[in-house]
Design a binder for this molecule. Sequence first.
Ligand SMILES: [Zn+2]
Length: 257
Amino acid sequence: MGVKRKHVTAERCKISTGLVPIILYIAMAIVTASAAKAQDQPPSPFAGTHGTVAIDPGHGGKDVGSRGNAGTTEKEICLAIARELTHRLEPTYRVVLTRSDDYDIPLVERTAIANHHRADLFISIHTGASYLRNTEGMGIYHYQPAARTAAAPSPPNTTLPLWHQAQMAHSNASQTLAASLRQSLVQLADRPTVRTIAAPLSVLQGADMPAVIIEVGYLTHPSTEEALRSAEYQAALAKAIAKGVERYYATSLRHER
Ligand SMILES: [Zn+2]
């Protein structure tokens, strides 16, 4: 046995030694090809028309967000859906995640990251919570400044930093994005009720691109919590959101650019 093994080993060594220059050549060719491919990113047929999508998984770290009766936390569901959505979008879009793991970041930093990367869209993912266990459905929020009355007039603009008003320029596009996402989400197998809601949400205020917050369901609703925990439903949600993004680009951005 020992002799035979020695022979085989020697034989392998011989072959390996002879192949070294060839293997090195192939490896160099692969590295060169990869480098060329990397320079050509993105390889999608939509390159140049489809851009960067910022995905913001809500909460994180000590900030768990809402919690379901079975102990599911909002932060973990948001991250799982965001990761799934990244996989769905990445072949076509450049994706920027405001957080890629379980840590917290301040609200203003989330839109600042999107602005820094010159994202074309900002999609924040959250779940809903209610004291009433039977409250269900989804909500897609887009920014609208708080209504001013004669008794509470608008403060002079000079008191606000300019970036605080960044979302104002995109309010129509954000509304269109919300509608596009809604059209896809209502087609999910469980046919959820999806509302689009205009609200003065500070998290969206500084986003210098069309921006929405999607509440993908109430964690406090027992069967919704169960669904949101399943990888299958998370994938279905991500697929629907990705379709909504596609619809938005197809119907809206093309005309704006
Ligand atoms: Zn939340």
